[in-house]
Design a protein around this ligand. Structure first.
Ligand code: ADP
Length: 396
């Protein structure tokens, strides 16, 4: 069985074709700048990268180029579109509608539109991708895998904000959490590495990329997570501020004489480690600058790690102890300095990092000293594989 996995953003589309007999990606790629000047497809299938620079007006055209690349005589990996058995779509927000992955029906599409209010930048392009794929691959089952679904097991005490209850009743304002596909996958893989059933473990998973979130996973279920109503809450991120006093919003608007849109732009795009460091949103640049003596870069790095550690500590309290701390995503998998600094705060819990074992990138490995009673682990994430697995499961 071969599953096409699609992740549609507003002007981009990431894809993988996964062969479920061995769970290998036969091909993967990216379409960038959909609907704007300079659009292109970068495809990796057999051998060399194939780059196609051509105007790509919309998502339907983009998916058309993807399927063309997949069956292309030189760069393709299948002979015929019919070899694709189903399509799995990443959908960011499922609200309270979805606690798991589903086959896309008219009802599901309606629910995705209903959630567009909650994720205006993500759900509309996700749905556009679904509609385009339905047209271009008629008769193929389409499945939706939601970033929020894994967190639907959170208890009300974790997901409710202390706001008037009527705001929840009227608008469903609450914490939803994101990166659920990744937190689910790495918590299960961590259990493999620890040689214990996930149902018996208390884990804290740290998904540290440009966007970053921490999740408390008790017995394989999400019981708390740092992102909230939107992905702006929680950790300090590449360009997002994470937790701040809500009173700061009005204060900045008054002092800077800006409207709410401009204020949100600051919180989403100009804050985080970029804001503190004035160097970059990329941790590689920040680490280099800090090593060269840039104090603001050093502060950004310290503030980021401090916040991660505070969340891990609070989740250890929430679950009354933990068995392991898991690092994943671009920074979690590659950033040894960040792992070392975060673990440095957690020795009281029993985390003991082995600096030699920590000196790796992207490995599936336990980086703890033998005596560590709480194991620090690196677990590379694979959200596309989860989407493909869920899709294959739904087809059964
Ligand atoms: P996203 O999917 O949210 O865009 P990723 O999970 O791809 O993000 O993570 C990207 C981030 O990972 C980069 O911003 C960079 O800070 C960090 N990163 C990647 N490689 C390294 C590395 N070798 N050292 C430190 N940080 C790294």
């Amino acid at each position: 069985m071969k599953i096409l996995v699609l992740n549609c953003g507003s002007s981009s589309l990431k894809y993988q074709l996964i062969d479920m007999t061995n769970e290998n990606a036969l091909a993967k790629g990216l379409v960038e700048r959909i609907g704007i000047d300079g659009s292109r497809l970068v495809h990796e299938g057999t051998g060399d990268k194939f780059v196609l620079e051509t105007p790509i007006a919309d998502h339907k055209a983009a998916i058309g180029h993807v399927t063309d690349a997949l069956i292309n005589a030189a760069h393709g990996v299948i002979k015929n579109i019919d070899e694709i058995n189903a399509v799995g779509h990443r959908v960011v927000h499922g609200g309270e509608h979805f606690a798991g992955s589903v086959i896309i029906t008219d009802e599901v599409k309606k629910a995705i539109i209903e959630c567009a209010d909650l994720a205006p930048l993500h759900n509309p392009p996700n749905l556009t991708g679904i509609l385009a794929a339905e047209e271009l691959l008629p008769g193929k089952p389409q499945c939706g895998v939601f970033d929020t679904a894994f967190h639907q097991t959170m208890p009300a005490k974790a997901y409710m904000y202390a706001l008037p209850m009527e705001l929840y009743d009227k608008y469903k304002i609450r914490r939803y959490g994101f990166h659920g596909t990744s937190h689910r996958y790495v918590s299960q893989k961590a259990a493999e590495l620890l040689g214990k059933p996930v149902a018996s473990l208390k884990l804290v998973t740290c998904h540290l990329g440009n966007g970053a979130s921490v999740c408390a996973v008790d017995g394989g279920k999400s019981v708390d997570t740092s992102m909230g109503f939107t992905p702006l809450e929680g950790l300090i991120m590449g360009t997002r501020c994470g937790d701040i006093d809500p009173a700061v919003v009005q204060f900045i608007m008054d002092k800077e004489k800006i409207d709410i849109k401009a204020a949100l732009d600051i919180f989403n795009k100009k804050s985080g480690v970029l804001g503190i460091s004035c160097v970059s949103s990329d941790f590689r640049d920040i680490e280099d600058a800090a090593a060269a003596g840039n104090k603001q870069a050093e502060l950004a790095l310290d503030s980021f790690c401090y916040r991660v550690a505070k969340y891990v500590g609070s989740y250890a309290a929430a679950m009354n102890g933990i068995d392991a701390v898991i690092f994943t995503a671009g920074l979690g998998e590659n950033g040894k300095i960040v792992r070392e600094k975060v673990c440095g705060y957690l020795t009281y819990l029993g985390v003991q990092i082995d600096l030699e074992k920590n000196n790796v990138r992207g490995k599936f490995v336990d980086i703890g000293k033998p005596e560590a009673t709480v194991r620090p682990l690196i677990v590379p994430t694979n959200e596309e594989l989860v989407i493909a697995r869920d899709t294959a499961e739904l087809l059964k």
